[in-house]
Design a protein around this ligand. Structure first.
Ligand SMILES: Nc1ncnc2c1ncn2[C@@H]1O[C@H](COP(=O)(O)OP(=O)(O)O)[C@@H](O)[C@H]1O
Ligand SMILES: CC(=O)N[C@@H](CCC(=O)OP(=O)(O)O)C(=O)O
Length: 301
């Protein structure tokens, strides 16, 4: 028979201490907007998803204003694969043709968005799923990427198809939700002025939302402990200038590029406290916000 853990009086009292330790942080962030970007790679097991949903629910009940922006890159890749649609990335962005953008919207604004909404609601919160299309929240413009051709070593502009970046963000719907018990969960797709649907990198999207809402904190939950140096060691603090250097020298690559670029832009827009952290640590959001010991990489001006 399994041995039962008997709680001592000391264990019992230490629980109260742990709860009380959160008080100064609750006061610090009272009424403040916290944008949490939940990356596709951070969506691991059902237990992790439950812990994430509990954290977000607890933030709202504690008087903060959490806004969730989610990704789903691996989940889009799996669906495209099942449908036999090839997909490639340029500079961390998915080249998105007409067929691909339909799948992107279906996976992001459909299944993933509703899974997160359901998880938060199961934890006792009141989540509402949205995309950039709802309430005309976000308008996108088409982007392209300049890359260096490995054969000729010459720079060339690559058309990425229906890939956009947010140009305008209307706060209206999010402001209404902030005053209510509702927790917005937003998928990163938005219409362009041409009426087409655009696929927006979730990091870039989260940065635009955080900037428009004057968020106090922007947290990126991913699948690595933070930004790693050339020796794969965690960099705990990174200035904007150092972050730019790491992109230029290739230390930061792939999906970490839009994340770090967004951190830089968010800081330049006045967002205080931008952190990249490991979403595979259960309750990463609570540990980051409600304890003195920060996790991950903090980007500073
Ligand atoms: N310097 C770096 N430090 C940490 N991760 C890096 C770095 N350069 C590239 N990466 C890659 O970036 C990935 C995180 O970005 P991404 O795959 O887009 O995650 P998410 O789905 O969470 O947005 C990591 O898993 C890692 O493979
Ligand atoms: C243009 C572009 O690359 N869009 C991303 C949107 C999803 C995303 O960013 O998801 P993660 O945060 O999980 O990486 C994509 O198609 O994969």
């Amino acid at each position: 028979m399994a041995e039962q853990h008997v709680e001592t009086d000391e264990d019992f009292r230490s629980r109260a201490r742990i709860i009380a330790e959160a008080l100064p942080f609750m006061l610090r962030y009272d009424d403040e907007t916290i944008v949490v970007k939940y990356g596709g790679h951070a969506m691991g097991s059902p237990a992790l998803a439950k812990a994430f949903a509990e954290d977000v629910t607890l933030l709202k009940l504690a008087g903060l204003n959490p806004v969730v922006v989610h990704g789903g890159g691996p989940q889009i890749a799996a669906m495209l694969d099942r449908l036999g649609i090839k997909s490639e990335f340029q500079g961390g962005l998915r080249v998105t043709d007409k067929a691909t953008v339909e799948i992107v919207e279906m996976v992001l604004a459909g299944s993933i968005n509703k899974e997160i909404v359901a998880a938060i609601n199961a934890a006792g919160g009141r989540a509402v799923g949205l995309s950039g299309k709802d309430g005309r929240m976000v308008t996108a413009t088409r982007v392209s990427r300049t890359i260096v051709d490995p054969d000729s070593n010459i720079e060339k502009v690559v058309d990425l198809g229906f890939v956009g970046e947010p140009t305008t963000v209307r706060r209206e719907v999010l402001d209404i939700m902030a005053k209510s018990e509702i927790i917005p969960v937003i998928a990163p797709v938005a219409p362009g002025a041409d009426g087409e649907t655009y696929n927006i990198n979730a990091d870039t999207f989260a940065g635009a939302i955080a900037g428009a809402l004057n968020a106090r904190r922007l947290l990126f939950l991913t699948d690595v402990p933070g930004v790693l140096d050339k020796n794969k060691q965690l960099i705990k603090e990174l200035s904007v200038a150092e972050a730019r250097r790491l992109i230029e020298d290739g230390t930061v690559s792939g999906g970490m590029i839009p994340k770090v670029e967004t951190c830089i832009e968010a800081i330049e827009r006045g967002v205080e406290g931008v952190v990249i952290l490991d979403g595979k640590v259960p309750h990463a959001v609570l540990l980051e916000l409600f304890t003195e010991r920060g996790a991950g990489t903090l980007i500073t001006p």
